[in-house]
Ligand binder design. Structure first.
Ligand SMILES: Cc1ncc(COP(=O)(O)O)c(C=O)c1O
Length: 378
């Protein structure tokens, strides 16, 4: 039998596998992968424990458990003044990743074009390919990762149906400004595009402010907003996410999700309802802790003589290493015993990201400080 791997297999994953294996072999500090090495708030963990004990261990309803859908609707109102109906305009998913895939599968027809920013989170390319659609990237470049209006215009073909946005943005750490969001909103309105926005880092903003695209004039009725518990509450393994927006778009996600996983993580859905309702001080403390880590890592990278592109949000900081990022990362493991990821793997236009390297700072303070020490020594 001859078998060819699926078209979407391997997008961006090869380098992660290589770097993780290298980290394990050499005992390097892994700042490649974006997940915290400490758990989220105790009250969130206790809520999950309680949910398990209280017997919430069977399939959740397809839309998600009512308490979580109500908490998501309340969250959208509390932070952004967005009103959604928990029954028809909220869909709980298995992480934001499933929401993104289900949205693309449910909304796109084969042959449609999906406009997205590059570099992009690696599931986008796979999700677009699974839907039989084509990606039309708009390239962001350092130092300010600004959206070039001409590039945006050029990416919107006659077959464009969806604009897939991510802010705060992985891997650059950019938080889109109101002016940039207005540019995107104008493009969506002019070309009748559906916007899918991935806002998983919505609460991890250190400079500026997160503005959901759905709050811009005319956008609520054409925007599907996606987020999850993972980054906000440092529980990335819970994979509890959601999509909110107009009933027709949420129904498209629900239809695709029904045949992907149907439901998942019932106890975490119950815990999510508790987590989202916690006070501002919990949200603020998590962001404040990460801001300190960002500052420590950036200071360490600067002290090591690297040109740092300080992020406004997310878990990630980039440096411009001035040469090929892939070779730099391979060498860094040997010389400094620190793992980072070449940002070029998140670009279609690899040349645009050739000398960029991404470091994750969602790690314990002593891990970041040790990584900084090793980098400076190397
Ligand atoms: C931009 C972006 N979107 C989505 C996800 C995945 O979210 P989840 O773990 O909720 O599926 C990540 C995780 O790294 C991410 O960086």
């Amino acid at each position: 039998m001859t078998f060819t791997a699926s078209r979407w297999q391997g997008f961006g994953t090869t380098i992660f596998t290589e770097m993780s294996a290298l980290a394990e072999r050499t005992g390097a500090i892994n700042l490649g992968q974006g997940f915290p090495d400490e758990d989220g708030p105790a009250e969130v963990l206790e809520a999950a424990e309680r949910a398990l004990r209280d017997g919430h261990n069977q399939y959740a309803p397809l839309p998600g458990v009512p308490a979580l859908r109500e908490a998501i609707a309340a969250h959208q109102h509390r932070f952004y003044g967005i009103d959604v109906d928990p029954d028809r305009e909220v869909q709980v998913t298995f992480g934001a990743t499933e929401a993104i895939a289900a949205a693309l599968l449910g909304i796109c027809e084969p042959g449609d074009d999906v406009v997205c920013l590059e570099p992009y989170y690696d599931s986008y390319a796979a999700g677009i390919a699974m839907a039989g659609a084509n990606r039309r990237p708009v390239t962001l470049r350092p130092p300010d990762w600004a959206i070039d209006p001409e590039a945006l215009d050029a990416a919107i073909t006659r077959r464009a149906r969806v604009l897939l946005l991510n802010s705060p943005h992985n891997p650059t750490g950019k938080v889109l400004s109101r002016q940039e969001l207005e540019l995107i909103a104008d493009a969506c309105l002019e070309h009748d595009l559906i916007a899918i926005t991935d806002e998983v880092y919505e609460h991890l903003v250190y400079d500026g402010e997160h503005i959901p695209l759905a709050t811009l004039p005319g956008m609520a009725e054409r925007t599907l907003t996606i987020s999850s518990l993972g980054k906000t509450f440092s529980v990335t393994g819970w994979k509890t996410g959601w999509a909110t927006g107009p009933a027709a778009l949420v129904a498209a996600v629900r239809t695709a999700k029904q045949y992907l996983t149907f439901a998942g993580g019932t106890p975490f859905q119950h815990a999510g309802a508790v987590a989202l309702g916690l006070g501002d001080e919990v949200y603020d403390a998590l962001a404040a802790g990460l801001r300190v880590k960002r500052d420590h890592l950036c200071a360490g990278l600067e002290a090591a003589g690297l040109e740092v592109l300080k992020p406004a949000g997310t878990y990630f900081a980039n440096v411009d290493c001035g040469r090929d990022g892939v070779a730099f990362c391979r060498e860094l493991v040997e010389t400094a015993r620190v793992v980072a990821i070449p940002t070029s793997v998140f670009y279609d236009d690899e040349e645009a990201g050739r000398s960029l390297v991404r470091f994750a700072f969602c790690k314990r303070a002593e891990v970041i400080d040790e990584a900084a020490r090793r980098l400076a020594a190397a």
